[in-house]
Design a protein around this ligand. Sequence first.
Ligand code: PEP
Ligand code: MG
Length: 910
Amino acid sequence: MAKTKMIYYFGKSKTDGAGDMKALLGGKGANLAAMTKIGLPVPPGYTITTEICVHYYKNGKKYPDGFDAELKTAVAWMEKETGKKFGDPKNPLLVSVRSGARDSMPGMMDTILNLGLNDETTEGLKKATSNGRFAWDSYRRFLQMYGDVVMGVQKRHENEHDPFEEIMDNLKKEVKAVDDTSLTEENLQELVKRYKKLIKDRTGKAFPNDPMTQLIGAVSAVFGSWMNERAILYRQKYRIPDDWGTAVNVQSMVFGNMGDDCATGVAFTRDPATGENVFYGEYLVNAQGEDVVAGVRTPLKIEEMANDKINSAAYKELVAVRKTLEKNFGDVQDFEFTIEKKKLYMLQTRNGKRTALAYVKIAHDMVKEKLMTPEHAIKSGDPEALNQLLQPIFDVSAYEKAKKDGKLMAVGLAAGPGAASGTMVFTADKAEELAAKGKKVVLARVETSPEDLRGMIASDGILTCRGGVSSHAALVARQMGKVCVAGAGDIEIDYHKKTLKCKGFTLKEGDSISINGSTGEVFSGLIDTAPSELNQVLVTKTMKAADSKVFQYYNHIMKLADKYRKLGIRTNADQPDQVVNAIAFGAEGIGLCRTEHMFFEGDRIIAVRKMILAEKEEDRKAALATLLPYQQKDFEGIFRALDGLPACIRLLDPPLHEFLPQHDNKKGQQEVAEQLGITVKDVARLVEELHEFNPMLGFRGCRLGIVRPEISEMQARAIFQAAAAVVKDGVKVKPEIMVPLVGFKKELDLQVEIIHRVAKEVMKETGKKFAYTVGTMIEVPRGALTADEIAESAEFFSFGTNDLTQTCLGMSRDDSGSFIPAYQELDILKANPFASIDTTGVGQLMKIGVDKGRSTRPDLKIGICGEHGGDPTSVVFCHQIGLNYVSCSPFRVPIARLAAAQAAILYSVD
Ligand code: PEP
Ligand code: MG
């Protein structure tokens, strides 16, 4: 790779990168180039590509040939661009070194600021700025970051303090300084000495004075942070491939901490929690960027800058930048800026992460304002996050009562909409522990850091008392769709005493707490929750669509999605109410009706058991005759709910013993004996006879209907009689009868014969005509491999990817939980194959199934009804291999609609 360009510049004299080069330059690098190109004030710098990171990991952490030389050229270019020099005591060039992956991974990787400082250049910086305190403070910050990130000087176990912080605290005690800012220049010089000693003592190596050595060390550390535990965890959660790598951005430093005419801040061009079209952000005067993001000091609201006499001109510039960014990037931007001596600098911009509520509102508004293309409106959504719109809110009366009863403790920032009510914990570990026990947990922290990520994932809600809307807690909550109240400043948390205090309230860990992430309110005690607006409009129908703005924004994006998507969306449902919900969410029919679910309702299980345990055919037939009217009624209900939409109904599939009490359930066997009028001994014997060592590969699926054809016959009759009955009432029906677990054409033929015969009989008996089709599931490898033969008898296919995954991988769908997490950790599996299609393995079988099936029946309709039908990445795959529809559970229908539209935009197949 010696010949490929390794470093891309951005500056006044030249900019090689562009906004669409995210894969190579990372999001940050590409956007720095884009901002420079449109004339925004970006400090010059360069981006080391993600390819170098990939090479670095593939080659035992070695750089490609020629990299050092190219880095030196880059340093020289930057010296020319800035008129400063690396290591020059008079006019030192100082840089920041930051990570920048293709998709932003906030706070997960390392950053180093003030690189280039040493004893000489610090004096130079002091002279250049006439500010000795600032220069030595910058130096000690650099030592601290470099010592930690590059040289690995960190706390060695849980109970140890950060060693740099400890040294600082000791010095503060010695000189009786109340806070960091009261340390004098001399104190800071002493601190630098002690930091250097710490580094030497711990690592045996001296802190490097040479800026070039510092730079190489920092670049390697940033690449190294791509593989740190929290970055890996983050990638797993957001399915970011490990082999993307990160870029490294080296940028000329600007300082927001040189005095009161300096500031640093972060802002969103619109509110990322609600989507409101308001300038939204915060800043700190006389501070360095990390202070804002780390949430250590609670910053001021951005609009307050308008009244800050010193910085009001920069504020005006920021307001203009806000417009420029939206216009040029076509989406809400989340940007970082620094004001150095009243001059504004842009440090980065990226598409703002937003809650699902903000997503639908922003997409709605920006498309109407012609700032965003409809394609981008679709692409910028996270399908999975739409679930947030269904998240509960506080029950109105319980909420009012809590307020009336004086339970309101504090109001912080509304950082993640929805309501969470549960047990308060103070540590990530405790959150995980209680969540694993099924408890609802609210994690309360002074502020969160990436170390808390696991606990945040486990919690229902997150509460912090420090930090603003762009603090770690708010950022992560927004992305995960967690309910979050950030920066509730009136609250005091004492980790040692395990208490939370506020206005006369004292809560202990384990007490109940409730937070409203839509308003920022924090309550003591539990408050009942109620369905979200979307739920009330679509499911409970207790709210009119016209009264819900949220619904209107959601509906706008769904309609847009429907315009783009090529895949049909169906639902897996076996009860009329599920069907009604799914249709409200946009389903276009049933993709899988599992008839066995109906067998458990009411006392029909008795007839099912009679049917199973009958030793004589006539007894079995009698039991089936009892079941027939129940099944018919079920199907009638479903047909009516569908009102003419297709219903793919599957014949009986599970192993029969699932309907019987097993040997460890003597009481159940006793009951069955009573119900059926036989002895308990007989029940035990019959259950034993039906016992299978491997029921998933046993007497199930079409094998049931082949060995006991009267079962299929009864089910076909129930379906057709139901069809005839509703047709009589003028309701249209489209039954599709689906035979499960077919691996041989002959299996299907035998069932098809029964189904056609029964259809003919029913039409004759009732005098009603109705169209229907017969098809099969493709859920064993042999079915996929012989799909050409099977398609001669099947009018449609539906991939049962639950079983297909189980049989292709040879991993039991019920027993694989014990090793799949380990497999994921070892990177044998990228994702759980039962949640997201294993495209290389199972996907290949599906492709073969599609190609072979359509080779003998070109118009073969093909869908998917395994759990994967509601998984966004699997939906994209289904689009790519040319399926006609996906089917998923009712509440995942909106997710599948959006994912299907994204697939159509990203991969158009003709
Ligand atoms: C499947 O196997 O993917 C499927 C939908 O059927 P079931 O989960 O009922 O076996
Ligand atoms: Mg199956």
